[in-house]
Ligand binder design. Structure first.
Ligand SMILES: [Zn+2]
Length: 277
């Protein structure tokens, strides 16, 4: 089955991973900007990173027939440096009209600090001023519930925000209802050590239905599995879900969400290929 991985950090993966993803049916990936494993020292470090995301990474993916899309921001881990964060936010518009750019992300909270909240709000303002979609990272483990509540409060506090153009990622059983009930899209991340397993993700599809729900690998350079979405497909099949129902979550939903972005110029696979697999 053809699918899209809506959250994966391919800059941290090998070209062999692109080949494996292509063989498994991946036709497109979306790559949010994230932490480099170290705090970057200047705005030029981010400019170089955005250059990589909007040029070389597209070519590397295209070599395997995969379309590459991206999101730009300074991540929450580096948002403690408010001065640098504001320099980066002022520079981001240089890249917003580059090929494949879908919006601002993954912004969010890490330790739920006041500086992180300040920079989150600055990103929201940038997205509203530039008419961009938003992809949001919610904190891990013990910080997730409180962080998700803080994020939803900040989002709903800005009357300019259209909930249908915001994806709140890394939801789990205790946060998915908050996100969907407020009208946002929700992303489930399949991770080998934290976040969500394929079985738990299918549980959530069964409990909440497929509407406004995405599933991703969030593959990066930590313990993660770039082929986690096919694991989800297999678990859905094992439980007897139809191919149509599976395709809705792993292909049609990301296309529907991304299509709200002017940067989503997508060349879909042939319809006959989609239905026959
Ligand atoms: Zn991520």
């Amino acid at each position: 089955m053809y699918y899209i991985d809506p959250h994966i950090h391919m800059v941290s993966r090998t070209t062999d991973d692109y080949e494996t993803l292509a063989k498994m049916g991946c036709v497109a990936v979306s790559e949010p900007a994230f932490w480099a494993g170290y705090d970057r020292g200047s705005v030029d470090g981010f400019r170089d990173y955005f250059e990589q995301l909007t040029s070389f990474e597209l070519q590397r993916a295209a070599g395997y027939g995969i379309q590459h899309f991206t999101w730009l921001c300074i991540n929450a881990k580096e948002a403690e440096n408010v001065t640098l964060s504001r320099e980066v936010i002022a520079m981001i518009p240089e890249f917003l009209d580059r090929p494949g750019v879908l919006g601002i992300g993954e912004i969010g909270l890490n330790k739920n600090t006041p500086n992180e909240a300040t920079i989150f709000l600055d990103h929201l303002d940038l997205a509203m001023r530039t008419d961009e979609q938003i992809l949001i990272h919610t904190p891990h483990l013990e910080d997730k519930y409180q962080g998700t509540r803080m994020i939803l409060d900040m989002l709903t506090g800005d009357s300019r925000i259209d909930q249908s153009r915001v994806l709140v990622d890394h939801v789990e059983e205790h946060t998915i209802g908050l996100v969907l009930d407020a009208g946002f899209w929700a992303g489930m991340t399949l991770y080998p050590v934290s976040k969500c397993t394929p079985a738990r993700a299918v549980d959530m599809v069964e409990m909440y239905g497929p509407e406004r729900l995405l599933v991703n690998s969030a593959g990066d350079w930590g313990p993660s599995k770039p082929t986690a979405v096919p694991d989800f497909i297999i678990e859905m099949r094992r439980r007897g879900h139809s191919e149509q129902a599976i395709r809705r979550v792993v292909y049609e939903n990301p296309v529907e969400f991304f299509s709200q972005s002017r940067g989503f110029v997508f060349d879909p696979p042939e319809v006959s290929e989609l239905t026959n697999l």
